[in-house]
Design a binder for this molecule. Structure first.
Ligand SMILES: Cc1cc2nc3c(=O)[nH]c(=O)nc-3n(C[C@H](O)[C@H](O)[C@H](O)COP(=O)(O)O)c2cc1C
Length: 175
């Protein structure tokens, strides 16, 4: 099955993961760039008002039988807004897909990702993998939002998360 990775990243963590995943799967890697780069203020407005930021490209060309791996951060419990325009374009195609994120996790898990994906793409994800930076840091003192936001994945972190993700997705595709 042909795999396409579609990613967005504000500060580089999800970009590092997406690049390694694309390389491991020999996949096409499509990088989303919002026409207007997101600031913290814009992120809050995107999330509160469900805005769909304009982006640099269209994903309409992706064949319906491709498996798509979306990789992006979680913001305020939701998937980063720059992916929304792709979700709108892809909704009618009903691709099989996975969502992968390295998010902060300072406030615990992000339980609404799966339902958000199903609503926006009209189909359940094959798998959702939300890794947390908080789990990469010492547990005492408890990592704060500032700690997780400031953290940048090391090469070692990226390789470990990539290999876990490849294994999980391969198992899911085999079933
Ligand atoms: C405005 C904002 C809101 C965030 N909200 C969440 C959240 O709700 N849950 C979470 O786990 N992480 C949250 N994070 C942390 C990011 O998901 C995390 O830092 C991620 O690794 C950043 O990815 P990037 O480097 O690819 O941009 C938030 C970060 C920002 C900037």
């Amino acid at each position: 099955m042909k795999i396409t990775v579609i990613s967005y990243s504000l500060t580089g963590n999800n970009e590092a993961l997406a690049a390694k995943l694309a390389s491991e799967f020999s996949a096409e890697h499509i990088k989303i760039v919002p026409v207007i780069p997101r600031t913290f203020g814009m992120i809050a407005l995107d999330m509160l008002f469900n805005r769909v930021p304009k982006i640099n490209l269209s994903v309409k060309h992706i064949a319906a039988n491709n498996f798509i791996i979306f990789v992006a951060p979680v913001w305020m419990g939701k998937i980063a807004s720059p992916l929304r325009s792709c979700f709108e374009e892809l909704k009618k195609h009903q691709h099989q897909y996975a969502f992968v994120s390295i998010s902060g996790g300072a406030d615990g898990s992000n339980p609404k990702l799966e339902s958000e994906l199903e609503k926006k793409l009209g189909k359940k994800p094959a798998i959702v993998l939300d890794y947390h930076i908080a789990d990469l840091l010492p547990s005492e003192p408890k990592p704060t939002r500032d700690d997780t936001s400031a953290y940048r994945l090391t090469e070692e972190n990226t390789l470990a998360i990539t290999s876990q993700t490849v294994q999980n997705i391969q198992e899911r595709l085999a079933n």
